[in-house]
Design a protein around this ligand. Structure first.
Ligand code: BES
Ligand code: MN
Ligand code: MN
Length: 456
């Protein structure tokens, strides 16, 4: 049977199995879902065994477990290490979903569910591509699977697991499907990811909430002050004002920028898809540059005071914000967290107290486009999509990719099949059945070409 025929024969089951995974609300950020996160790990371990993997294990960590499995057919052949994550982002706000987030449905050729694209749908393509290669007797090299449950909360325990299991994880390349491509008729391969520095700030004014008539105008309102502090973090050109923030930023050459500008992109379609009358960002850079090769600072959440029904006249005691900064080569998350903290405390007025609490971080990466593995992935896309994929730098973060390089000295191929319009992390996340099945079809060709091209 050809791979295409195998997929055609089994696609309904593939989708049904993915639906079972999507029904498990494995939200890593919220302890209320911890039993479900564990259930998702067990489900994947069973599916790996069913597909033919050996040594399948749900490896405990200080947090959620890592699902491991492997198929070693010949120690002299190359080994591909597949990484994915079975945890998902919280689904709130639930009321904005057109169907419940953990009851997957198909609408207009898309699977709607939290995690449909990020990353359950994409990681499951690898299990089914593996099943296909085993069933067809076509697995051309060794494969290891490592699927974690804490990606959406910073992968802290995965870093420890990788350091403690260097021998078991020995491989020649890492393959990940947890990114996107430009469009279904414009395949692309992600050639880099931004890093992340995530923190929370707390501004304290008076020792208790106060009547805003009795005290208003005479004491610092921490929300007013926090807003002013946050507003001052960008200047009129939308440059970030933190001293030294850009010190280590890698500037691309005019040629590299010209090459980036070749990637198909329509500003009109972009604005339309997001219902924007205009885009917004750092002066001197294009939209594509702003969301990939330039660092950013964004408030992810801000709260304090009274936000309930009706009005309450109060000067709050405290105000909070969660702030993320996306980093580019050669910034580091420690450096940027320190620079932010020092600056934010220095701009605090004497009328308030300011505390900065760092959360997780991750380092930026650029993945090589001249490696055998990249060329094999490129050929696989060309085979299935009929077009050579374009390399594009991605704006999101997958912290483990930099760790794979620093701890295992392994390069990663970011072979993603999602679309920007899949609404990952948003209400109504979805994933195209086209993309799911094309992924299952493309991955075995990656293995085939990688094994062939590795022979030299
Ligand atoms: N899969 C995403 C990252 C991604 C998506 C990269 C699309 C490129 C294109 C991943 O699950 C994710 O959401 N990562 C987080 C970082 C994490 C430390 C919370 C992110 O980028 O916000
Ligand atoms: Mn992901
Ligand atoms: Mn994500």
């Amino acid at each position: 049977m050809t791979p295409t025929a195998y997929i055609e024969t089994h696609k309904d089951r593939f989708i049904a199995e993915l639906f079972d995974l999507l029904r498990i609300p494995s939200v890593s950020a919220d302890p209320a879902f911890s039993a479900d996160v564990l259930r998702a790990a067990d489900y994947l371990a069973q599916k790996l065994r069913d597909a033919g993997a050996d040594q399948v294990e749900v490896c405990p960590t200080a947090g959620y477990p890592i699902v491991y499995g492997e198929k070693i057919i010949d120690a002299s052949l190359p080994t591909v290490l597949m990484y994915g994550h079975y945890d998902v982002q919280p689904a709130d706000p639930y009321e904005l979903w057109t169907s419940p987030p953990f009851e997957p449905v198909i609408k207009d050729g898309n699977i709607y569910a939290r995690g449909a694209c990020d990353d359950k749908g994409q990681l499951y393509m690898h299990l089914k591509a593996f099943e296909l290669m085993i069933q067809q007797g076509e697995l051309p090299c060794n494969v290891k699977f490592m699927i974690e449950g804490e990606e959406e909360v910073g992968s802290d325990n995965l870093g420890i697991f990788v350091r403690q299991n260097k021998a078991r994880l020995q491989a020649d390349v890492i393959i990940i499907s947890d990114t996107g491509m430009i469009a279904n008729d414009i395949p692309s391969i992600t050639s880099g990811l931004r890093g992340l520095s995530y923190l929370e700030v707390e501004v304290t004014g008076p020792s208790r909430d106060l009547h805003s008539g009795l005290y208003g105008g005479a004491v610092a309102n921490p929300i007013n002050i926090l807003c002013k502090m946050i507003a001052s973090l960008h200047d009129e050109h939308n440059h970030i004002t933190i001293p030294g923030f850009y010190d280590n930023v890698e500037e691309l050459t005019a040629e590299e920028r010209a090459e980036m500008a070749q990637a198909p992109f329509s500003l009109e379609a972009y604005k339309q898809a997001l219902d924007l009358s205009d885009v917004h960002g750092e002066a001197g850079y294009s939209t594509i540059e702003r969301n990939s090769i330039r660092p950013t600072l964004d408030v992810n959440g801000i709260w304090g005071g009274y936000t309930g029904e009706g009005a309450k006249t109060v000067i709050p005691a405290k105000a909070f914000a969660k702030i993320s900064m996306r980093l580019v080569p050669n910034q580091t998350s420690t450096e940027i967290t320190e620079k932010f903290t020092k600056h934010f405390i220095s701009i605090a007025l004497p009328s308030v107290k300011v505390v900065v609490r760092p959360h997780h971080g991750g380092e930026p990466v650029v993945t090589p486009t001249n490696s055998v593995a990249y060329q094999a992935a490129s050929k696989a896309f060309e085979q299935i999509f009929g077009k050579k994929p374009v390399p594009v730098r991605g704006g999101g973060s997958i912290p483990i990719v930099a760790m794979f390089k620093s701890e295992l000295n392994l390069d990663t191929v970011l072979m993603g099949f999602g679309l920007d319009s899949d609404a990952i992390h948003s209400p109504n996340e979805h994933y195209g059945i086209f993309n799911f099945l094309k992924g299952i079809e493309t991955i075995p060709y990656f293995y085939k070409y990688y094994a062939e091209m590795s022979k030299g």
